[in-house]
Design a protein around this ligand. Structure first.
Ligand SMILES: Nc1ncnc2c1ncn2[C@@H]1O[C@H](COP(=O)(O)OP(=O)(O)OP(=O)(O)O)[C@@H](O)[C@H]1O
Length: 610
């Protein structure tokens, strides 16, 4: 429960709505509890008037609300019994209308408030995601992250909306009806309420069972969703490896678990409502039986009207009391969800701006000084005492075996992680002293694994510069060597990419992603093996155009293909996180049995005929 305290700021923000909502709930219940009193009046009045019971009616004006007293005073002057009945009935109808009107207002305030809070919370969670670093995303599964923004926030909304409404309703309906019951007859109230503690105990136990079972269902459902999600995204692999059957079997194991839990929950719920109805029925029975006996024996001022009044009160309590269990589980679930949200919102990203971080124009001087870096999640040391100094405008190529630490250099330059030992400087300023947004905005990075959004080609290219002109988009596409293909699409640059649009080839995706980086026109550019999916001839052409574009820029190109690196100022060969060969193409070719020379010879053999 204490976790829900975090919602205090939202309740404060929407205090007017909340306050009005609570008032409307109370008012709607107030008008609701007046009608049984009028019923008592009508029955007693008729009973009296017809003298059916030889003037045994007693207590007719006891315990009425002052408003009811006023109404009775007003209609009591009528001489005709039929008119009194009709007018009183019309007033009961009016009370029902008033009640409904305030119920309408209560939904308009409390439920609307809950939607506002939901909106604010979703934005808060999303903003937090954006501020977190790579490490967080490595440690959490996508499904789990999705759940926070969808499932947890909506469970909390069920608390801020319906649950709060039910709680206020329950408290006010019990308080008001018990108050008027006591006004009417203390003795009868006592007997009518006897079953209630039993009811509360049953509700408590059955509800906690329901809660546990619902949690299990939720877990099973979450596994099921993750399972389905993976199958959809990996459908091509599943089909090509002919694993449909085993995936289906696996899915069925999950659905079976879900079914078992759901059936078990349905069985428990099947006991819940009949049990509540039985106890409420017992209350009604007590009213009729004990009230009847009092009435027959002229005891405790009980009239026929009082008995009817109590029956209506008992029925009035049925729904709110039977909703106790549901409300309690809404609160429990919301508390569990809010706990998860609080834990998440309290996470401090390891990579963040220091107070002294400044916004500076990056020229492109790079220094790695004795950098050692170990990935915190895997414990793999990707760079060891790594030193690299790049002058402004220099073009550096990095090659080396897979896993030798090439991509890590890019990740560290973008400050996706903090280094463990040593330091990295840009333009002779330690990375930690540069504002993260400024740093990342001024470095153009093309990652190894391309990601394009389900949007148009044009918007994907201008992603980093949302207001870039169309000409700039086209120019970036031209340098990246993908303009002709885009123009060949039926909708050109407006072609939609992704699930609802065209499926691009790996090479096309890579080049659009390059265009996205080029449009930023930065001082420092990093390409991480981003031409691996294009053929050697296209790569050479693109490299040719890039050379022009890169003239005054610092560039780091990570690649496994070395034949197009001839013009590079320096080529670096990495092995297990440190440099093993370094120099120009000519210099590296001189190293007998060197990694570069062998790689070059091998690739020349493959590409010589192209
Ligand atoms: N995000 C990560 N979390 C944990 N370990 C990682 C991560 N990225 C890389 N590693 C590990 O760090 C080492 C260096 O990886 P890196 O990606 O820098 O190599 P690479 O030379 O770029 O390889 P490739 O040529 O295959 O892209 C590898 O052993 C890899 O398993």
């Amino acid at each position: 429960m204490r976790h829900l305290r975090a919602l205090g700021k939202y309740f404060w923000k929407y205090r007017v709505r909340l306050g009005a909502g609570i008032l409307f709930v109370v008012l709607s219940n107030y008008f609701n509890v007046l009608s049984p009193q009028l019923m008592r009046f009508i029955i007693n009045y008729v009973d009296n008037a017809l003298s059916l019971t030889h003037s045994r009616v007693t207590g007719t004006d006891d315990g009425y609300d002052f408003l009811v007293k006023k109404v009775i005073g007003w209609i009591g002057v009528q001489s005709n019994v039929g008119r009194v009945v009709i007018i009183a009935s019309l007033i009961i109808l009016l009370l029902a209308l008033l009640r409904s009107f305030f119920m309408f207002l209560m939904r308009q305030t409390i439920i609307v408030m809950s939607r506002h809070i939901e909106y604010d919370q979703k934005n808060e969670v999303y903003a937090k995601y954006q501020s977190l670093d790579n490490l967080f995303f490595k440690r959490h599964a996508i499904g789990d992250l999705m759940n926070r923004i969808a499932e947890d926030v909506s469970r909390v909304r069920i608390f801020t909306g319906p649950a709060i409404m039910y709680i206020v309703n329950l408290v006010s309906v019990i308080a008001l009806s018990v108050f008027f019951m006591l006004q009417s007859s203390k003795e009868l109230t006592f007997y009518v309420l006897i079953p209630l503690p039993v009811l509360a105990i049953i509700i408590y136990f059955v509800n906690s069972t329901i809660h546990k079972k619902s949690e299990r269902i939720q877990e099973a459902l979450s596994d099921l969703t993750t399972n389905a999600q993976e199958s959809y995204s990996g459908i091509r692999v599943i089909k090509s490896f002919v694993q449909e059957r085993s995936m289906l079997d696996f899915f069925q194991v999950n659905t079976e678990r879900y079914r078992k839990n759901a059936v078990s929950l349905a069985k428990t719920e099947a006991i819940y409502f009949p049990a509540i109805n039985l106890l409420i029925g017992i209350s009604t029975l007590c009213t009729i039986m004990i009230g009847g006996l009092y009435y027959i024996n002229h005891e405790h001022n009980i009239s026929l009207g009082t008995i009817v009044e109590f029956i209506v009160y008992v029925n009035m309590l049925t729904f709110p009391v039977s909703a106790i269990g549901l409300t309690a589980s809404m609160v429990q679930r919301a508390a569990a969800s809010q706990k998860r949200l609080n834990e998440f919102l309290d996470i401090e990203p390891e990579v963040k701006d220091s107070t002294s971080a400044k916004d500076a124009v990056i020229e492109g001087i790079v220094d790695f000084n004795n950098v050692t870096f170990t990935y915190p999640d895997t414990g793999i040391t990707a760079l060891r005492n790594f030193n690299l100094h790049i002058k402004k405008g220099e073009k550096i190529a990095i090659t080396g075996r897979t896993g030798s630490g090439k991509s890590t250099i890019a990740q560290l330059l973008l400050r996706m992680y903090n280094v463990e030992a040593g330091n990295i400087e840009l333009d002779k300023t330690p990375l930690a002293n540069l504002q993260l947004s400024s740093l990342r905005q001024q470095i153009s990075y093309v990652p190894q694994d391309v990601f394009l959004f389900s949007d148009t080609v044009e918007n994907n290219i201008r992603f980093g510069i949302p207001n870039a002109k169309k000409e700039a988009v086209v120019e970036a596409a031209r340098i990246a060597g993908v303009d002709k293909e885009i123009e060949g699409f039926a909708n050109g640059y407006d072609t939609l990419i992704g699930e609802r649009g065209v499926t691009l080839s790996g090479g096309q995706k890579q080049r659009i992603s390059i265009a996205r980086a080029l449009i930023k026109d930065p001082g420092l550019i990093i390409f991480d093996d981003c031409l691996s999916a294009v053929d050697a001839k296209t790569e050479k052409e693109i490299m040719g155009r890039l050379n022009e574009y890169l003239a005054d820029k610092t560039a780091i190109i990570i690649t496994h293909r070395v034949f197009s690196l001839l013009n590079f100022d320096r080529i670096i060969v990495l092995e297990e996180g440190h440099i093993v060969e370094e120099g120009t193409h000519e210099q590296l070719m001189q190293i007998p049995d060197g990694f570069y020379a062998r790689l070059y010879a091998r690739q020349q053999g493959h590409t010589g005929h192209q």
